[in-house]
Design a protein around this ligand. Structure first.
Ligand code: ADP
Ligand code: ADP
Length: 235
């Protein structure tokens, strides 16, 4: 099943065209990597899918609705299904609130927890789903390591019970050994939860390790797309 589909999508910043007529599909359980030099439009596509920018042309659809509108104008039933995890989960965590709270809030917001008590229980479950000790729920973000915070960012995204997860440079700020753990987690989650994953990275070794297919962006255009091994084998 195709979970998310882009057709001829164009995104502008004022008079700068950052993405030009890009098309791709991501199926449930599949990882599509977007690669390309800095400035090629990867983050713009990630932010557009997440509803933080709107496309100026083309169609962007989820199996249950239209993604060509900002997140705050998507029905919650759709909004929860497409979730973004950033490079620095730190920046999306409130430094004054516990990390358990950071996971509880979207559980309440998206209505998947029916009470505060239920949300607290489910938040701990999500924290162990990302292979962290649920006792960490009471800590502040600054009391966690970078890799632990990145996992909390993933747990928070999972609170919406998404079927599309957009991972924008999520391993970039981490040490190599921690990178491998986060990648293994992502790989397990996409299998267990049949997530359609759009994986953005400039690190080709990382991409090779996780992606089923790769799309290469250059100046906002997809110049090549195919199975990972075929794309890496081409000159
Ligand atoms: P990547 O993620 O591949 O590094 P981006 O999506 O960040 O690429 O950028 C694509 C293009 O859009 C670049 O030319 C960049 O300069 C431009 N761009 C990105 N963000 C903005 C912005 N907020 N305002 C204007 N131009 C931007
Ligand atoms: P803060 O801790 O800074 O108050 P919140 O965590 O409450 O920020 O999030 C700000 C807003 O975004 C709230 O309305 C919250 O319910 C909503 N929200 C939280 N997580 C998500 C998410 N994953 N996707 C969309 N909206 C979210």
């Amino acid at each position: 099943t195709v979970a998310v589909s882009a057709r001829e999508v164009t995104v502008d910043y004022g008079s700068t065209r950052a993405v030009h007529g890009v098309s791709f599909d991501v199926r449930r359980g599949e990882v599509l990597a977007l690669v390309g030099e800095s400035g090629s439009g990867k983050s713009t596509l990630a932010w557009t899918l997440a509803g933080l920018r709107t496309p100026s042309g083309g169609t962007l659809t989820h199996e249950s609705g239209d993604l060509a509108r900002p997140a705050e104008r998507r029905p919650l039933s759709l909004r929860r299904r497409v979730q973004l995890v950033f490079q620095n989960a730190d920046t999306s965590l409130n430094p004054r609130r516990s990390v358990g709270d950071a996971v509880r809030r979207p559980l309440r917001f998206f209505g998947s927890a029916t009470s505060q008590a239920d949300a607290a229980v489910r938040a701990r479950e999500l924290i162990s789903d990302v292979r962290l000790d649920p006792a960490l729920a009471d800590r502040l973000p600054a009391q966690l390591s970078g890799g632990q915070r990145q996992r909390i960012g993933i747990a928070r995204a999972l609170a919406g019970e998404p079927d599309v997860l957009i991972a924008d440079e999520i391993t970039t700020a981490l040490d190599v050994s921690v990178q491998a753990e986060v990648l293994r987690l992502l790989d397990d989650l996409r299998r267990e939860r049949r997530l359609a994953c759009l994986f953005i990275s400039h690190d080709l070794a990382v991409v090779r390790g996780i992606a089923d297919r790769v799309a290469v962006l250059r100046h906002g255009v997809v110049v090549e797309e195919g199975p990972t091994e075929a794309v890496f084998a081409s000159p």
